[in-house]
Design a protein around this ligand. Structure first.
Ligand SMILES: [Zn+2]
Length: 257
């Protein structure tokens, strides 16, 4: 990988991460993600351009607003760093190509969904609903996923979780899986193709169960404590982007040949 282009991909990722922070905070409140410019939530002073450099400014200001000293959540540099790393690793995998841009857009949407679901236990329709057709088209025309591969992924992704949710409601008499998870898995299936769904459902269930067990051990929460499932679906989908196709190939075709 060209070192210079790698650094560019990293910095681009950090800048986009800064914008994703805005999306994460404002989308659940139904606010515009464009206006007004970033400002301190406590004193309302706008953030100076030189204080708005991803990660660097937060470190330089030691996590506090320059005007009023109010602590600024470490989540800001965390999201910027995470997005920068995702951009770098995807660039390393796909090189300077449309595939890199499409995969990065997909990962960026999942970052926003993950943190919003984590905070509010909702997956905003404004991302997942347009995400289904957009990522379906990107899968077919950019990523080289077959038309039916992506279409079946979309349908199974949406349908499978829908059936699980209906079944769970019948048995447990209360709502389990949210409608947001269903639309998210439809979006994931459309972009990664139907074969990805084995890995994504399996891996997200394991991750969710592990975190659930740890939470119960630490906090003594009872089993009904709802851990949002969107972050695990998102993490599993990103894992699939990197290693999943090789893994699925190994598992599916080894066992049937
Ligand atoms: Zn302030």
């Amino acid at each position: 990988m060209d070192l210079f282009l790698g650094i560019v991909a990293f910095i681009l990722g950090a800048l986009i991460g800064s914008f994703l922070n805005v999306c994460i905070w404002r989308i659940p409140e139904g606010k515009s993600i464009v206006f007004p410019a970033s400002h301190c939530p406590k004193c309302g002073k706008s953030i100076r351009p030189f204080d708005n450099i991803p990660v660097v400014s937060w470190l330089a200001l030691r996590g506090r607003c320059r005007d009023c000293g109010e602590p600024i959540s470490p989540r800001y540099p965390l999201v910027e760093m995470l997005t920068a790393l995702l951009s770098l690793v995807l660039f390393w995998k796909y090189g300077l190509s449309l595939q890199y841009l499409a995969a990065f857009l997909f990962a960026a949407a999942l970052v926003v969904i993950t943190f919003i679901d984590f905070d509010h236990q909702i997956i905003p329709d404004v991302i997942s609903l347009p995400g289904i057709p957009v990522f379906f088209l990107l899968a077919v025309f950019v990523m080289g996923i077959g038309f039916f591969d992506a279409l079946i992924g979309l349908i199974i992704g949406g349908g499978f979780l829908y059936l699980v949710a209906v079944g769970y409601e019948l048995i447990a008499k209360r709502e389990g899986m949210g409608g947001g998870d269903i639309k998210l898995l439809a979006m994931i299936g459309a972009f990664l193709g139907w074969k990805s769904l084995f890995f994504v459902v399996f891996m997200s269930s394991i991750l969710g169960a592990l975190v659930g067990i740890v939470l119960i051990m630490i906090k003594g929460k009872d089993m009904k404590y709802a851990v949002p499932f969107g972050p695990f679906l998102s993490i599993a989908a990103v894992m699939y982007l990197f290693v999943g196709s090789e893994l699925t190939h190994l598992l599916l075709y080894r066992s049937f040949s």
